[in-house]
Design a protein around this ligand. Structure first.
Ligand code: PLP
Length: 228
């Protein structure tokens, strides 16, 4: 059998195992497992893989490219009206129109120019969608996200100047280091700005993220297998 077929067959098993690990991590941290939601990251995987996850009851999905999501999700969203699609990759301002039309949550708001463009486009389409601000918690030069030192001011500006519907914060901690201190930076910025949602944790570090307060974990590989 081609491996893609095996991947689809194993998605339900992978999801069940992952949900059990998420719940155990939440309980271990004295948290309610229901307070941690799973964003199933389906980038590079075919619509059939998304369907296999939908069949288990999974409803929140993450994609990192607007164009790829446009190829997979419009038909699925018609069939599953409660499907929620999160954009988890960088958003260029020339893709804002398509992004606002298709996605239900933008997790990667990271600069004033994008905030202004999103606000304008949401107004134009009369479609208000929730945003997460991406924070570059490790202050890494090559990485997207607002710097931790600039986060408070940007959050305030998004609220007062553009009146965006801010749900919370998102981060991708530096590779190869203990992620816990970085997750704690994100949690602290959220707490002092009265933001409740924290999107943090991927296949390799979601248990740590849950211990640090994650309310959304974004997981691809542990559900859909390795990306080619
Ligand atoms: C791909 C991706 C994920 C999922 O990563 P896995 O290691 O496959 O779980 C999570 N967040 C972002 C922003 C991603 O691009």
């Amino acid at each position: 059998m081609p491996s893609a077929m095996n991947d689809v067959a194993s998605i339900a098993t992978n999801l069940a195992a992952l949900k059990a690990r998420m719940a155990a991590a939440a309980r271990g941290a004295g948290r309610d497992p229901a307070a941690v939601e799973l964003v199933a990251v389906s980038k590079t995987h075919p619509a059939a893989a998304v369907e296999a996850a939908l069949a288990t009851g999974q409803r929140i999905f993450g994609e990192n490219r607007v164009q790829e999501a446009q190829g997979k999700f419009p038909a699925l969203k018609t069939r599953f009206p409660d499907l929620a699609l999160h954009l988890i990759g960088p958003l260029q301002t020339n893709k804002v129109k398509e992004a606002v039309a298709l996605f239900d949550v933008i997790e990667t708001l990271d600069r004033p120019k994008l905030a202004a463009a999103l606000a304008k486009e949401m107004e134009r389409q009369n479609r208000r969608i929730a945003c997460f601000i991406e924070v570059n918690v490790g202050a890494e030069p090559q990485k997207a996200g607002i710097l931790p030192d600039e986060a408070d001011a940007f959050i305030a500006q998004c609220r007062t100047e553009w009146r965006l519907d801010l749900a919370g914060l998102m981060c991708i901690p530096p590779e190869g280091r203990d992620p816990a201190p970085y997750f704690e930076i994100l949690a602290a910025i959220a707490a002092r700005n009265s933001l409740t949602a924290l999107s943090m944790g991927m296949s390799a570090d979601f248990e740590t993220a849950i211990a640090c307060g994650a309310t959304f974990v974004r997981i691809g590989t542990a559900i859909f297998g390795h990306r080619s």
